[in-house]
Each structure stands twice: as structure tokens, then as C-alpha cells.
Write a protein that binds this ligand. Structure first.
Ligand code: BMA
Length: 831
């Protein structure tokens, strides 16, 4: 079908009501165009955000001049296709108004042939201020106050909610043509969409039923459907209309698609071509399919009701993180940007991401990568935290949005769940009251499930996250059914060990903030303003209590740091520790608990936040820890009891034993060596043992309990550490150090590792570290080289070599790498 992308038009923009036009980009947005034109400074730098709030109150105009290719005008119908307009837009073609829109999340097509002319054409799109819109539209609806709706009333418009500001994101309310804009020409009819359902038969074959959806009633059309795998045609069918039985293609011995860690991710191409009896083509659509079944199993069991995802008949523990928009200005994001963070998610042994409901329905590249990497997608609809208007006009917009997005994403191999909203039912008290209740139920219990059922029909729907089948939010019920957001640790400042108090069925949010690295902070803050409590840094901490809570948790665990750099390091170690305690507990609970999705994977700008990957792509300590605590074969310690204090602040402990667990979610049973070693910090071995253990798929098991009271009494708990490892052949599958008291009390020895560097290739170097003494949380920094390390923030045990692979963007000699390398460990951070 002939198409012409309007991104190639000559684009300009201006503030409405002013004279001069400036160059613009499509896709793009006002803020990035203003930066490119030199009219505003970098919105992320320092406190610039605060000076740029005027942009949201203005109206903006875009105009594009283009020449229509002659062939295009030969089409009987020419459509202007807008995949995304942000948001209150009036579209004009050669002076005639074509359409008005008010929903960022809907793609549109308008018949425009009669307004086009041969030669030069002009399209204009005016974006009215979203702030003016929310003051005038749905104004009879005032939602209850919500701490993340800092502007107030942001729910009155269907626009990316976190643009209004969030507790990790700036208030940068933009406007623009944020996705592709093009002209498409066709005659008689057009293949608009293809819906495919998979029937997995007992003999292992898979039958694909193909439902072509035409723009007009089909008439005399025929369809050809071809399935191929890695470029080889596997099957083909020819059928007449939607009623024709031949629209089924059966694949005899297909390769199944699996989530990461469970098997491969083969992707079949299904191409459907519509044509008439004279052979004229009326459109073709290719979908990449993963052959798999997926179900949300909620069967009664001994604890209440299960909440587990079953793929190809196998129940799978979901390991992952929450995903927020990858940039405050999403229009510019490309596959490369998504690739950076999604590959990092897969590298950290994740098999799932939750696309959180205050952002956007993601870019095609995001889902392409999730399909390729085996990352299951828990897809929220874009509704978050606050209640929404329930009037017919608003609901009609939501209906259109749901239909558009469900049609767009339903065939995705990675799509595991449609979820109605983030945190409305579970956390907003007003959800059960009068009109709020009516509006809520109309949207989340009728409209959205109907759209999913009618247009997808396969992917499960879950009304809200968290949700347990009714409006309530007690932890007790989270132990019985549904999913839970657990924020006692962090927001309510409970002890970290409170993760272990509850046996939830599935945990879709829990998190701990940390500061971003000094390198990331330097991108928005000059060194003399980089004090984390100063105005520039404070503006990059969007949680009002954030700094206090970070300091609170850091002080519970570590000594007072030497410098701000060390505080940043400790905040990251603390974050990694908290998530480790949470995730390992949830994994040990398997099969009662079947998912741990921490808050949050990524950032939309450089900021102090709950993320494990900084905005610059730099991995925090948490991301390295995630790779360890999400490992398929895990050695995990449960240490009941804790260090506390009596009146007078005299230390006491209730710790005296350690339970050693293994958790395994590999696919084949294996045998491994479980090794534990209790040592004094001065290196002397106190006790230890190695034994062989059998690991069975989907099994969490307590292997052994160590009674350590006598050793603690004899050597002092401040002088001991326990090294645990799980090994197979000469590979360490899982390893960790357990302390019997908070690290601030430990008598940690000082020392520096010897490091040897060996070139594997011009851009790959292996660093081997050997430390004379035990060193905890060794941070290796190779400043300025943009290196990627296979591990960091790791422990070094006396005389036990540890090799880290370093990937470099350009050829580098081992000598240069060693000269740039700086290491420090926990003890070096203490004042
Ligand atoms: C959650 C999320 C977000 C928020 C985060 C941290 O509950 O759903 O709304 O950013 O907590 O407070």
C-alpha cells in the first residue's frame, strides 16, 4: 500500500499567537524542539525544570510543508494516519480543518484525499494547552487528592500522567506529534488488522486461526497467509472470507516460545495478504508470533487462591521490575534506547516487566525486544492512583483507546496480562463511594474487560494492581489471593525484615530509593552545586521524604560515610540489600508466592529514585545484585531474629541460626555442591561444610539449618561472616555473604585487592582480583572508559580469585584499564 511519511516534510513550530516559526522535528515535542532551537536550556539541568513551567500554559502550532508523490493521489482513498498526537490537537490540511483530538493514546486515520493537491501541501497541527483543557473539560469532576497528582485534576485528560510530575519524575507537560505521521493510499478496501488465535493441540501441533479485519465490508476478497520461521516458509493457506474454514494454518511440530530462562524465543512471521479476484492487493500485515499458551491461574488452593502465570502448561515464577517511560520526552526514543535497558533486564535474569499505568503504552520496539528476549509484559492500561471521570464522553474516549491498544498489542508473544490500573482500587479510599464507585466500575469492571474479551479474547484481564477480587488492601488478604504492593519498607519506614513477615501470593511493587552515581549526577549538576541537600539535587529528588528515608535506612545499616560519594555508594548498597531480602523471601515462598516485581527498573531523567538502572544506563549496585538474587539456581539464607536494642540503647540480638535454602527455576534437574563456611573477619575459619544437593525445577527447599549461637558467643557476632555458595563443576551458580549483625558493627579489615588484567580481545579484558582479607561490596570504577562490567559491588574472600569481564567500546590495553581502575569496599567508605 503506497505510503508517504510526513516526518520528511519541512516542519516548523511556534507558540500560537506569535509570528516567527522555528524548525521542528516529527516525531518530537515542544520541549525538545525549543531546546534544539536554542530557546530554552536543557530542562533536566539544575533547577531549569522550575523555570520552564510556562510552556504548559501556552498553545503550540506545528506546520509541515510537503509534496505529495503523484502515485499516492491515484489511490481512491488517501488517509492521513497519526499514530500519536499529544494531546489536544486541531489538524488542518491546506486550510481546512480535518479533525480534533484529545487522547494521546489513540492512533487516528482520516480520509483526506479531497483536501490534498498535486504539488505543495501544508499540514498544520495546533496543540492547545493541556492545563487549559483540564480547567475547562470534565470540570464537574474533581478527583480526591492524591500525592502523585501534584498539579491536581490530571485525570481529566487522556495524556501521559507522569508528565504532570511524579515522585521520580519532573513536571514537564509537553505537546507534539509524538509518533509517526503519514499518508496512506488505497482503493476499494484495505486490510486493517489481523487477529490470530492459537490452538495448541494435544499432539503438539498448533493451529492458527486467522481473522482478517477489513476497513470496509469484505466483498469478494481472498487472503493468502504464509507462516515462516527464520526466513523459511513453514506453511501457507488461501481462504475466501472470515467464514472460510481454510483460514486455519496448522503447524505440525512447532517450536514453542518461552519466557527467558525457560526455553528459547523462536518468533514466527505470519504474513496475511488481502487481494481481489483480479489479483489486486488490498494490504498486507506481518505479525511476529511466539507460539505459546498463557494463562493466569487462580485456582483454589490451601492458602486461598493461586495467582500464577502458566506458560505452555508450566507455572512460572515471575522475576522482574516495573517499567516507567524511558525519557520525559518519549517521542525521540528508538530501539537502541529500549535495547539498553531491556537487555540489562534480561541480563539480570528477569523474565518479566510491568508496564506501569502512569506512563505510556510503549513503543513497538519495546514489545519487539520483549518478544525477542523472553520478557513477559504485564501491561497496565494507562490509569494510575487517582479516580477518573465517569461521564459518557470520557468513557467513549477510553473505549476508543482500549480498542486501539488491544488491537495493536494482542498478538505479542510477550503479552501476559492486561491490567486495568495502577493502585486505584487497593489504595484510593474513595473508590467505594457514590459516583466515584460508579465511574470506577464502569471503566475497570465493564469497559476495559469487555474490550479485552472482545478484541483479544486470550490474554487475561486483572482489574487493578494491587487487587484481590474486591476492594480492600489488608496484608492478610494478600497472603491468600491476588497481587500486593508492599510499601511498609520505604514509605512507612518499617524494618527491612518486615518483608519476611508476610507470605504474599504475588508482589507487583516494593522498592527502596538510592542516589544515582556521581557520574550521572554530574550530567545535570555542576560539582559546586552537587550537595544532595542543595537546591539542584533536591529538585532531582521528587519524593518529599526521600532524602530523610534514604538516610534513615542507611544509618540503620552502615557507619557514617566519609564523603557524599560514599553516602551515594551506601545508599546503593542499602537499596540492593533491601531488594535482596524481599526477593529472596518471595522466591523462597514459591509456590505460595509466584512473582516478585520490584519498583522500578529505569528512570525518565537523572534523579534519586527506586531504579536499578540510572538514566545514563549506569547500573546501580541493585542491578548487579538483581542478577544474583534472580539467578536460576539460588542459595538463600533466612536469618530469623534481628539485632535490636534494649532501653539505654544496649545492643542485643535474637539471631542464633541460619536456614539455608535453595530455590531453583531452571528446566532440568541438576546436582550442585552447597558450600558454607563460617569465618572470622581476620580470616580464620571457624566451621564449614560442603555437600551435594539435588535441585529440581520449580522447587524451593530448606536444605539445612546452622546453629551459630556457640560460635557467636565465642568469637563475637561482630567478628564473623558466613560465605554461602552453590557450585556445579567449576562454576559458581550462586554466592553470598551473610552477616549476623548490621555491617556497621563489623570489625572489617582494611586491604586492597591485587588486580591482574588479561586481554581477551582488543575490547574485552578480564580482570582478576585477589584480596588478602575479606572485602565487602567491592566497587570497581573505570572512570571515563564507558566500560561494562560482568559484576560489581561483589565480595572478595581472602586469597580466592575473582574474575570480572570488562567490555569496552573501543580497543584498550590492559595497562590503560589498570591505570584507570579504582576500587574501594565498604570499609573504605566509613568515616
Ligand atoms: C508506587 C507506584 C508509583 C510510585 C511508587 C513510589 O506505588 O505505583 O505510583 O512512583 O510507588 O512511590
Amino acid at each position: 500500500m503506497p505510503a508517504f511519511s510526513l516526518s520528511s516534510a519541512t516542519w516548523q513550530f511556534r507558540q500560537a499567537g506569535t509570528k516567527s516559526w522555528l524548525p521542528a522535528h516529527v516525531p518530537g515535542c515542544v520541549h525538545t524542539d525549543l531546546v534544539a532551537a536554542g530557546k530554552i536550556p536543557d530542562p533536566f539541568f539544575g533547577t531549569n525544570e522550575l523555570d520552564l513551567q510556562w510552556i504548559e500554559e501556552r498553545d503550540w502550532e506545528y506546520r509541515g510543508v510537503f509534496t505529495v508523490p503523484a502515485g499516492l493521489l491515484a489511490g481512491e482513498t488517501v488517509e492521513l494516519v497519526a499514530d500519536g498526537l499529544d494531546t489536544v490537537a486541531t489538524v488542518t490540511l491546506n486550510g481546512t480543518e480535518i479533525a480534533r483530538t484529545e487522547n494521546m493514546f489513540v492512533g487516528y486515520r482520516w480520509a483526506v484525499k479531497e483536501y490534498l493537491r498535486p504539488g505543495k501541501n501544508e499540514i498544520r497541527i495546533r496543540f492547545d494547552s493541556a492545563m487549559k483543557y483540564i480547567r475547562a473539560t470534565n470540570a464537574e469532576f474533581t478527583p480526591p487528592k492524591e500525592f502523585n497528582d501534584s498539579v491536581g485534576n490530571c485525570v481529566r485528560i487522556r495524556k501521559q500522567q507522569c508528565q504532570f510530575g511524579w515522585d521520580w519524575g519532573p513536571r514537564l507537560l509537553t505537546a507534539g506529534i509524538w509518533r509517526d505521521l503519514r499518508l496512506e493510499a488505497w482503493s476499494a478496501n484495505r486490510l486493517a488488522a489481523v487477529r490470530v488465535t492459537q490452538h495448541h493441540q494435544s499432539d503438539g501441533s498448533v493451529a492458527l486461526t486467522i481473522f482478517p479485519e477489513m476497513a470496509r465490508p469484505a466483498g469478494r476478497l481472498a487472503f493468502i497467509a504464509v507462516v515462516s520461521l527464520r526466513g523459511h516458509e513453514m506453511a501457507r493457506a488461501r481462504f475466501e472470507g472470515p467464514e472460510d474454514g481454510d483460514r486455519i494454518i496448522t503447524l505440525g511440530a512447532p517450536e514453542l516460545w518461552w519466557p527467558a530462562g525457560q526455553g528459547a524465543q523462536p518468533l514466527y512471521d505470519l504474513t496475511v495478504i488481502a487481494h481481489d479476484d483480479t489479483g489486486n492487493e488490498h494490504g498486507r500485515i506481518t505479525h511476529r508470533l511466539g507460539l505459546r499458551t498463557i494463562a493466569l491461574d487462580r485456582s483454589p488452593d490451601q492458602w486461598g487462591e493461586s495467582f500464577r502465570f502458566v506458560v505452555n502448561g508450566r507455572a512460572i515464577f515471575l522475576k522482574g521490575a516495573n517499567w516507567i517511560p524511558a525519557h520525559s520526552f518519549v517521542a525521540h526514543l528508538t530501539r537502541r534506547d529500549y535495547e539498553r535497558d531491556l537487555r540489562a533486564a534480561a541480563a539480570a535474569n528477569m523474565n518479566c516487566l510491568r508496564v506501569w499505568g502512569g506512563g505510556i503504552y510503549e513503543h513497538e520496539a519495546f514489545y519487539d525486544l520483549c518478544d525477542e528476549l523472553g520478557l513477559l509484559v504485564w501491561q497496565d492500561f494507562m490509569f494510575s492512583c487517582t479516580l477518573y471521570p465517569g461521564n459518557e464522553h470520557f468513557l467513549a474516549q477510553c473505549r476508543e483507546e482500549a480498542a486501539y491498544q488491544v488491537r495493536r498489542l494482542r498478538h505479542r508473544a510477550s503479552l501476559a496480562l492486561w491490567c486495568g490500573n495502577n493502585e486505584i482500587a487497593g489504595l484510593n479510599e474513595k473508590v467505594s463511594e457514590g459516583e466515584f464507585k460508579l465511574g470506577y466500575e464502569a471503566l475497570f469492571h465493564e469497559l476495559l474487560p469487555k474490550a479485552v474479551e472482545g478484541l483479544d479474547g486470550v490474554t487475561p484481564y486483572w482489574p487493578s494492581s494491587p487487587w484481590r477480587g474486591r476492594v480492600e488492601r489488608s496484608h492478610e488478604n494478600g497472603e491468600k489471593s491476588g497481587d500486593t504492593h508492599f510499601w511498609d519498607v520505604w514509605h512507612a519506614r518499617h524494618p527491612v525484615k518486615d518483608y519476611e513477615k508476610w507470605s504474599f501470593r504475588f508482589v507487583s511493587e516494593f522498592g527502596m530509593q538510592s542516589y544515582a552515581s556521581p557520574e550521572t549526577n554530574a550530567t545535570f549538576c555542576p560539582p559546586d552545586e552537587a550537595n544532595v541537600f542543595g537546591p539542584a539535587m533536591e529538585n532531582h529528588q521528587k519524593n518529599r521524604a526521600g532524602n530523610q528515608i534514604i538516610l534513615d535506612y542507611v544509618s540503620r545499616r552502615y557507619r557514617f560515610p566519609k564523603s557524599q560519594k560514599d553516602l551515594i555508594y551506601l545508599s546503593q548498597l542499602n537499596q540492593a540489600y533491601c531488594m535482596q531480602v524481599g526477593v529472596e523471601h518471595y522466591r523462597r515462598l514459591m509456590p505460595r508466592c509466584m512473582g516478585a516485581i520490584y519498583w522500578q527498573l529505569n528512570d525518565c531523567w537523572p534523579v534519586a529514585s527506586w531504579s536499578s538502572i540510572e538514566f545514563t544506563g549506569h547500573w546501580k549496585a541493585l542491578h548487579f545484585a538483581a542478577r544474583r538474587f534472580f539467578a536460576p539456581a539460588l542459595i538463600s539464607a533466612h536469618v530469623p531474629g534481628e539485632e535490636g536494642a534494649r532501653i539505654g540503647n544496649y545492643r542485643e540480638t535474637t539471631v542464633d541460626e541460619v536456614h539455608l535454602h535453595t530455590v531453583y527455576d531452571g528446566t532440568e534437574p541438576i546436582r550442585a555442591r552447597l558450600r558454607w563456611e563460617l569465618r572470622r573477619l581476620d580470616g580464620k575459619k571457624v566451621a564449614g561444610q560442603t555437600r551435594t544437593v539435588a535441585l529440581a525445577p520449580a522447587q524451593s527447599i530448606r536444605q539445612q539449618t546452622l546453629s551459630l549461637r556457640a560460635s557467636m558467643d565465642k568469637h563475637g557476632r561482630d567478628n564473623l561472616y558466613l560465605r554461602l555458595s552453590l557450585e556445579a563443576g567449576n562454576r559458581v551458580l550462586s554466592e553470598q555473604t551473610v552477616f549476623l549483625t548490621p555491617p556497621r558493627f563489623l570489625a572489617l579489615p582494611h586491604g586492597a585487592p591485587r588486580v591482574k588484567a588479561k586481554a581477551v580481545s582488543p575490547t574485552v579484558i578480564d580482570l582478576t582480583f585477589v584480596a588478602p582479607v575479606f572485602l565487602h561490596a567491592v566497587d570497581c570504577n573505570v572512570r571515563g572508559l564507558q566500560a561494562t562490567l560482568s559484576d560489581n559491588f561483589f565480595d572478595l574472600y581472602p586469597q580466592r580469585p575473582k574474575t570480572v569481564r570488562v567490555n569496552l567500546p573501543r580497543p584498550t590495553s590492559p595497562k590503560t584499564l589498570l591505570a584507570r581502575l579504582r576500587t574501594h569496599s565498604l570499609v573504605d567508605s566509613f568515616a
